[in-house]
Ligand binder design. Structure first.
Ligand code: ZN
Length: 195
């Protein structure tokens, strides 16, 4: 799980929020109230602060194949529905990440905003993500809730691991800086392959 440094919420979004304090989520990004542009701007900012990687599984994503996901879901945390710091750009797959998690947020969840999130997980040669500390139950539950060991993700990681197994360290470092273009994402998998 690659760490995300939070940035400031876009001005246009904060201004719209101030004028629409009782808005529902469904009204945001609607043609009728001209918020399509504002929602796009929010998503663009999220994608740029995430280096165009899904905030959970690190697959490379763009505007049209991602969505604004609420770390704390809208059902249980309605007050944080329009809180920019609660937003993560997530992939659209249903076997992992935002759509899979749904209302599965729990207080100990490891989030990409946590400073030590990259140190909490590692990988196995067969593409599985595991907690660094096998007794780290929050990390284990996070993997579970986000579906991070679904077959699709494990297969993608295995193919990257196989690609990089024979590469020397200079190449791996280059892959790391361009992983979104060259390998379809998976930053921390490439990092795992650095010797
Ligand atoms: Zn994802």
């Amino acid at each position: 799980m690659k760490h995300i440094s939070r940035q400031e919420s876009p001005d246009s979004f904060e201004k719209w929020k101030a004028r629409n304090r009782s808005a529902h989520w469904g009204e945001f990004g609607n043609e009728k109230n001209h918020t399509v542009e504002i929602k796009r701007e929010v998503k663009e900012k999220l994608l740029s602060q995430q280096n165009n990687l899904c905030g959970y599984c690190e697959v490379a994503v763009q505007l049209d194949d991602s969505h604004i996901e609420h770390l704390k879901d809208r059902n249980n945390y309605p007050r944080e529905m329009f809180d920019y710091d609660n937003f993560i750009a997530s992939c659209q797959y249903t076997d992992s990440c935002g759509h899979y998690k749904g209302t599965g947020y729990f207080s100990g969840i490891v989030s990409p905003f946590d400073n030590n999130c990259e140190q909490r997980f590692t990988y196995t040669g067969n593409g599985k993500i595991i907690p660094v500390d096998e007794n780290d139950s929050d990390a284990l539950n996070t993997i579970e809730v986000l579906g991070l060991n679904c077959k699709r993700l494990k297969d993608r990681r295995v193919s990257i691991i196989k690609t990089l197994e024979l590469a020397d360290n200079d190449f791996v470092s280059q892959y790391l800086s361009n992983c979104e273009d060259w390998l379809g994402g998976f930053y921390t998998v490439v990092k795992y392959m650095q010797k």
